[in-house]
Design a binder for this molecule. Sequence first.
Ligand code: ADP
Ligand code: MG
Ligand code: ZN
Length: 475
Amino acid sequence: MSEYIATIGLEVHCELKTETKLFCSCRNVFGAAPNTNTCPVCAGHPGVLPVINRKAVEYTVRAGCAIGCEISRFSKWDRKNYFYPDLPKAWQTSQYDLPLCIGGSVTFDVNGEEKTVRLNRIHLEEDAGKLVHSGNCTTVDYNRCGVPLMECVTEPDMHSADEAVAFLEELASIFRYSGVSDCRMQEGSIRADVNLSLSRPGEPLGTRTETKNLNSFRSVRRAIEAEIKRQTEVLESGGKVVQETRHFDDNTGTGYGMRSKEDAQDYRYFPEPDLMPVVLSDADIERIKADLPELKRARRKRYVSELGLSDYDASQLTSEPEIADLFDGAVKAGANAKKAANYVMSEIMRKGKTAGEDGIAIGVTSVQLAELLSLVDKGEINLVSSRDVLDKMWLNPNESAAKAVDELGLRQNNDAGEIEKLVREIIAANPGPANDFRNGNEKVLSFFVGQLMKATKGKTNPKIAGELIRRLLSE
Ligand code: ADP
Ligand code: MG
Ligand code: ZN
């Protein structure tokens, strides 16, 4: 075991889900054909003028409010100058000394313990384009140029890959709940740079390296583990860690140095002359704050303390804001919390998962769900046929559960007289199994229940059916 403590600070980049880009009216969408969402502004033609997207500022402030940042009443834009083919202007419009949000913190659980990581700042900047490498040729797609990007910088408060990944998951959930970003790793809408150093307990922090642009939680974990191992080996063999920018290769699982770390002065930051500073009033900030929904952690705690759910169920139900909203709405519409929880976790979450994609797509409203659960509760349909009702309502917010039940002819037969007649017929037709039951073989009961379900196409209330069959067999 090494005697070193790892210290980690993250810089997290998160694309905002605004309709349009940060400084022009090009659409902000993922997956369009290359270079179809561009214009002279985001493609960096000379002489054009940027116009700020208010929504992007508002989303960044909302994110800041969600993690308790202090929101700047006055912030400004700066040019960060560097040359790279994915940056046609040769500067990135960003925020240097006066960012929109300062401070704040994120609290989360890691390995059963509560942990808080402080944030240093959140600023707003534009994303760059994307280089696409194939064989000997590299092409560039400018669709991502000018997409609004929040950069969240943490204090060096983490000490392991577990802590860093748990922090990122919590941060992503806060942004998803706040509605400012989808934080989809596979679409690159959340990416992280890992700053990492080693030191001995009680000594000042060591020299750090920065591993850039990790685009999955898994590669963040692997990059941290590999870098801790590498720095430990350097130090133990008597060497010194060099401050540098590194790249992590996901295929080989190893990192390598790219360049010595650049300083702020290398970028020759200067105030952006084409944009006015952002001035926010107390009223603006209060309005944005008032609009924030209840976040994941608070909901999870409320589900346990107020609704009596287990911590496991509460964490499942809050894994995505869409699920939590559906569940909350159904309970507000009168559904029993435990029954709604079970139904959402079994039926809805299974149905809403799209193969191979992040997130979940919910096709029913909370009112539809509450109505469906109440029909099950009243014994008008059983759980099995509720799935057909769910299918019929899915993606059709105007379909009521009761109407779907009738259209599908699924209303359960609760008429004891009619069921009794059927059961008598089934018993008469199966004298062998009936005798077995009378001779003490309880197992044949389920055979009769099955026969009855078949005869009524699953529309019999199973509880009534079981009791009745037992009584009639014992006559
Ligand atoms: P820069 O502007 O050069 O990127 P910052 O001071 O803004 O540097 O820090 C960037 C990130 O590096 C922050 O997340 C910070 O927490 C982290 N960091 C700073 N010093 C260390 C260190 N010694 N070890 C690990 N992380 C560090
Ligand atoms: Mg940095
Ligand atoms: Zn544009």
